[in-house]
Design a protein around this ligand. Sequence first.
Ligand code: ARG
Length: 702
Amino acid sequence: MTDSIRFLMCPPNHYDVDYVINPWMEGNIHKSSRARAVEQWQKLHHVLKEHTIVDLVEPQVGWPDMVFTANAGLVLGNNVVLSRFLHKERQGEEPHFKKWFEDRGYTVHELPKELPFEGAGDALLDREGRWLWAGYGFRSELDSHPYIAKWLDIEVVSLRLMDERFYHLDTCFCPLTGGYLLYYPPAFDSYSNRLIEMRVSPEKRIAIEEADAVNFACNAVNINQVVVMNKISEGLKEGLAAVGFEVVETPLTEFLKAGGAAKCLTLRVTEPVSSEVHANRPVESRIIRMEGHLLDSGLISKAIDLIVEAGGSFQILKFDLGVQRQSPSSAEVKVSAPSHKLMEEIMSQLIDLGALTPPQELCDTKLEPITADGVAPDDFYVTTIYPTEVRINCQWVKVQNQRMDAAIAVTQTESGLVVRCKLVRDLKVGEQAIVGVEGIRTVHKKESREQRNKEEFSFMGAGVSSERRVELVVEQIAWEMRKIRDQGGKVVVTAGPVVIHTGGSKHLARLIREGYVQGLLGGNAIAVHDIEQSLMGTSLGVDMQRGVPVQGGHRHHLKVINLIRRCGSIAKAVEQGLLTQGVMYECVRNHVPFALAGSIRDDGPLPDTQMDLIKAQAEYAQLLEGSDMILMLSTMLHSIGVGNMTPAGVKMVCVDINPAVVTKLSDRGSIESVGVVTDVGLFLSLLVQQLDKLTSPYQNSM
Ligand code: ARG
């Protein structure tokens, strides 16, 4: 008998499954046998009494789960952190446990209301006393961990639970004497698994299989070398024996019906304090502000989802709901994360959503020098499409050349500091880059209810659109294009060869001729097929009139490439009167600049195709500068390239027959992007018709 170890248990006089608050209870309401429960409980009690002292707390009518004393609180030395149950079904147990602790002279710490923590069910001391493992994700809130660390003066390692069946840490995790650990890794997220692996060496980790896990093998009571549990496989028993543990099985099937077993039925109330260990600051918290149509646009739920999905937790500190339909709401949210790294990850995603950190908190965003050309500091902030501002000299400064997937470079020039987006490869020694996430904000247009409805109505978020819907979208696009042309704006088209194969070339050529297009971006193929069609009437050897392959047609495109190569360029072929129609012809004739980016599969290429991809990206970026609208016509590759270079605020229309491409491209989270799932040739013909309708009849020449 080990005198110094005491446990607390609660006889099952009033035990039953009366409600469902975990998956084990489902289908088990009133299905447990009281007689069998009493018998099983007494056996466990008996086993424990052989090794330790067991104290009892008086069971209470109406609180059937009180038998699970692990959830009374968490004891360390003379301190107890009392549980705050998540579910009201168990909250009534709190005063009874509190009284028990107070009567025995413990110092009882109580968490703020609304901050759930379920005691030793979710917090397990390393048996060497080095730190406390604390679970969160289902019952206990991450934000309770700093309180525990402070009150118990111990380092807390936060572990995130992922599998509903293992809703309390003690259902899937059991620290053992000598630094061993019995646990079920799939119950945790990968970050937590890494934490575990960093603290417990491989030879001390005993990972169990699902079959043992669902028998609650981890829900074991460990007293020195003895491990008491419900049931265990022979293999695991041998594994434990091999490292010196004696397993005692005692059936607890009646309690499994409520989602508990040996460990849940006990609370160790003697836990020696180790003088060498102290609290850490495990959990980081920040306060963010969000403004806008938080409810109708779903912004607040997006923010909350992303915090939780990333492994953090949140508290809404303030929520001012806009009263009128048009009035924006604002919210203040406390975000917590178990580590600095995760905090930064969550914050950068929140910044993408438009969250603000109170500016008074920080004067300057963190900068680090570039130490090698083309290489950013480790922790560099990765940009998005949204206009971004950073804190420099205690002021918000707008970042120039906004694009996504870049670094923010700060360069000292003669005329002052320049803050702009730069691709990593373009960073230069002597510049600095912004690191971390503090003091960065993105500016979003307010999304109104009307805009959202419009978007849902006209742009096919989900799946294929009906013809009539396509017509409606085309009407809007035509209207925009007409407006942009009349205001001297800029529309850039990025097009794939499908435009030619689907018979769209004459329509696109006409848009160029009539001044609706100010730049064309594509690859080698669109130009080759367009010129093939103009010169030979085929596209990749298929007769465009009859839709059938012509004899020897597969060589046509090579002949075309050869011809243009002989001329020296597409423009020269036009000059020499060889090329007299088509998309490329109209570009040359109407001085509409184009950029053709090469790829590994290009035949030829045409002399105009830029095979140096870095140069091609630069040509694209230059042509895109200042654009008001981008039409993306059936080319995923070039459209993604273009999308990455384009800041929010530029209207993007993506047309593709493949809904997946459209979804991928129009899902930039920005309200200006539109997806149209349809045949691109058909789209262009509708677009031209619609533009005709908007133009007086005598202006139409075709
Ligand atoms: N029915 C109880 C609940 O869901 C079971 C508690 C089990 N206790 C434990 N420490 N895992 O709260």
